[in-house]
Write a protein that binds this ligand. Structure first.
Ligand code: HEM
Length: 128
């Protein structure tokens, strides 16, 4: 059960990253593909599944965000990633959209580093 949930969790995370990266390239190129219905709807479904699988995994393993700082960090950072994603595709100014997209990609990689290190510092650890 734990292994299955973890695989699902990592799959949704990977799909989220790949989809976000691709939509960013389309945004920069001004592609009309961004206006297609599946391109607009699928990321919301995937991000919901990512969050649901994450919470289910934490519950099944028995981790609490109040006891594990890295888990709370991941939850907060996931909302930051989603918020930056909204800015990246909805803000009227192109430089803001591109800046939000690049920052969101860095936040995503930070979440992955927190996931593997199980430390809220993640990839910032070496500079402390
Ligand atoms: C973009 C968001 C996220 C990404 C990229 C991500 C990525 C990952 C990765 C790569 C692992 C496997 C780590 C390993 O095998 O050691 C993992 C495990 C896990 N994640 Fe996430 N995660 C995200 C969001 C979340 C959130 C919001 C939660 C909190 C509810 C969460 C809870 C967990 C738990 C409980 C594990 C299992 C840790 C263990 O094996 O002991 N994740 N995540």
């Amino acid at each position: 059960m734990i292994a299955l949930l973890k695989h699902l969790h990592i799959t949704f995370a990977l799909l989220s990253f790949l989809g976000f990266f691709l939509r960013g390239i389309w945004m920069i190129k001004g592609s009309s593909l961004l206006k297609r219905k599946p391109v607009k709807v699928l990321p919301h479904i995937n991000d919901t599944l990512l969050l649901v699988s994450a919470i289910a995994l934490a519950v099944v393993i028995g981790y609490s965000p109040m006891q594990h700082g890295w888990l709370l960090t991941k939850i907060v950072a996931l909302f930051v990633y989603i918020g930056l994603g909204v800015l990246a595709f909805r803000h009227p100014k192109r430089p803001v959209r591109i800046g939000a997209w690049v920052t969101a990609l860095v936040v995503f990689l930070y979440i992955v580093s927190v996931a593997f290190s199980k430390d809220p510092l993640g990839f910032f650890y070496p500079i402390t």
